[in-house]
Design a protein around this ligand. Sequence first.
Ligand code: SF4
Length: 280
Amino acid sequence: MEIRKAAVQGFCFGVAITVKKAEEAIASRGEVTTLGHVVHNPQMVESLKARGLRNAESVADVDAGALFVRAHGLPVEVFEEAKGKGLEIIDATCPMVTKIHVQAEKLKADGYKIVVIGDPAHPEVKGTLSHVPGAWCIQKVDDVARLPRSSKVGVVVQSTWSGQGFTDIVKALAAKYYEVRAVNTICTDTHNRQDEALRLARDVEVMIVVGGKTSANTKHLAELSESHGARAYHIEGAAELQPQWFDGVKVAGLMSGASTPGWLVDEVEARMEELSRQPV
Ligand code: SF4
């Protein structure tokens, strides 16, 4: 069986920076606390936990020490609360996410009513909305109809957006509002992985997508692969691979989500090679 690997594998640069900063922070302080999981990857979370990364639900649960801000960032009010408590803040917000905050603030300062395309429950979107109070958050073309009147709207989008097409939503906004200024803030890494899923899925019979089960973006890579002709499996590690998935398969694809460490992909590849040599 031939294994075709996506050109983009392992951590995206934002997650790579976050993990490196977390490792350095733990090494120098012994212990730091993050709100929510630092990355959408159970193996990485466990590894950092074993070295001293603590997890809390809210700033109220952190009494002292350092608060580590993960790649998605945190809402402005949470930063303020942490500062008010005298906590040291180690900010590992991905530069691509910070760029969205800056773009949204600029548009607001220029008089645009802000529309954020994204999942309102996603930590990154919560953070973005906190930078532009009063912004509207939408997820699909149909949501445009229920938005109030405004003369001009400025649009940004969740960095890992994998929902309904950004362009379709912007077109619907342009049909409703006099002036629309849209900045496509989907990050390059997300773009590249989605493109790779489409490109590879056409040529492989089976696609293995490695990544945390809670990662919406990884899930989307599997869905994209399925919709473009490959039988896709979303797994968190090599142990989940089933020999029968590869029965009679000549070409299989392998890709990963942005929070998946490279070594995990290598392990999966090695196991796929092993299985392809074994009779079912
Ligand atoms: S997926 Fe994009 S925005 Fe998110 S951490 Fe990675 S590089 Fe940054």
